[in-house]
Design a protein around this ligand. Structure first.
Ligand SMILES: Cc1ncc(COP(=O)(O)O)c(C=O)c1O
Length: 361
């Protein structure tokens, strides 16, 4: 393992304090007359406002440890949005230039945020291959730039490891502090890093837990690639099954209609002030479906991957038509409380020990 310079180590230390170890929200709701509580990690509270900060920080940390990236090197990534913003910000914090290839249909807010962090942006049209074309173009630029680092979020196992070492343990400890054990975990699949990593940790500690990937009902790539279509849940459902996803390790796939996900995200903001993104609305509905199967006392956990700010120019703010198959109209959100950050996974105790040591000298 390569030893990190004191400067880079200090930068990572600063970042670790503002990425990860998020509160766990306990949201009370009623669905078709049954009152229940489900749990969601508040990932919008990360440095740039999404769960992708965890992956960016962990991949870059591991890359430094493996000697795969040098200080000041160019970081090149293909991304459909949040990942680019995370690498742009975390990369800059560590002193890197960042170049992002992304499909040209991403939200204006996302593109502007990337620009705000000083990233170079390369939009790729559907005609030039969209997501897959972005990956190919990122590989080409990295190959022609000496020392460039490609995180390769879709194939890099350090992506899953970020969630296996952090998000999963946090959920375990936060529930445990309240005498609870998870029965089911569900998360929309973008790269699949979240569902695979959290799933591996929770299964190792709770053998009976079920782990469910979620996809848009209108683009069910995971269950039937022939029915891939357009959908409005940014951040999930790529045009391919990401290599780090192993469906054999997971339980059944949950499908949510994108209009229903929009209605649910609107409801969370309007009824209890939780301004979350569309994929959070989808994850909430996925958790409600699993709750239905498990019964009112089931402990179902999900993530709210990001906040609503990047989607203010999208259908999230439109009047979404209600369709007969939608669940949101039968659902009331009563309120939420939040379970504190998990001390077992933060370095607070380490600092306290050091401080106590210094005082006793
Ligand atoms: C808004 C949003 N939700 C969900 C996900 C899915 O996370 P993962 O890539 O870990 O599967 C992403 C990934 O970019 C995202 O941006």
């Amino acid at each position: 393992m390569t030893r990190l310079s004191a400067d880079i180590e200090a930068r990572f230390h600063g970042l670790r304090r503002i990425i990860g170890n998020t509160p766990l929200l306990a949201v009370d709701y009623s669905f078709r007359g049954c009152r229940r509580r489900l749990f969601a990690k508040s990932e919008n509270l990360n440095m740039t406002g999404s769960l992708k900060d965890r992956m960016a920080l962990h991949i870059l940390r591991r890359a430094y440890e493996k000697g795969a990236i040098q200080p000041g090197a160019l970081i090149v990534e293909a991304t459909s949005g949040n990942t680019g913003i995370s690498f742009a910000a975390v990369g800059r914090a560590l002193g890197h230039r960042v170049s992002i290839f992304m499909p040209d249909w991403m939200s204006r807010e996302q593109v502007r945020l990337l620009r705000a962090f000083g990233a170079e942006i390369h939009p790729v049209s559907a005609g030039d291959g969209g997501s897959l074309g972005s990956i190919a173009r990122a590989e080409e630029l990295a190959a022609s730039t000496p020392g460039a680092f490609l995180p390769r979020q879709f194939t890099n196992l350090d992506n899953c490891e970020a969630h296996e070492e952090q998000t999963g343990p946090e959920i375990h400890w936060q529930l445990g502090a309240h005498g609870l054990r998870p029965d089911a975990f569900v998360a929309g699949v973008g790269t699949g890093g979240t569902v695979m990593g959290v799933g591996r940790y929770l299964r190792a500690h709770h053998p009976d837990v079920t782990i469910h990937p979620l996809e848009p009902a209108n683009s069910p790539m995971l269950s039937d690639s022939r029915r891939m279509g357009r959908h409005r849940i940014p951040g999930i459902a790529e045009e391919f099954i990401p290599p780090i996803v192993s469906l054999a390790e997971l339980d059944d796939i949950v499908a949510v209609d994108d209009g229903d996900a929009i209605l649910m995200a609107q409801k969370l903001a309007r009824s209890v002030g939780l301004g979350v993104g569309i994929s959070a609305g989808a994850n909430f509905l996925g958790a409600v479906m699993l709750h239905d199967r498990l019964g009112d006392d089931g402990v179902v956990v999900t993530v709210f991957p990001d906040d609503n700010k990047k989607y203010l120019g999208t259908d999230l703010l439109h009047d979404e038509p209600v369709r007969p198959e939608h669940l949101t109209p039968y659902l009331t959100v009563h309120g939420f409380t939040s379970f504190n950050r998990a001390c077992q996974v933060c370095d607070q105790s380490e600092d306290l020990v050091k401080m106590a040591g210094a005082l006793s000298v």
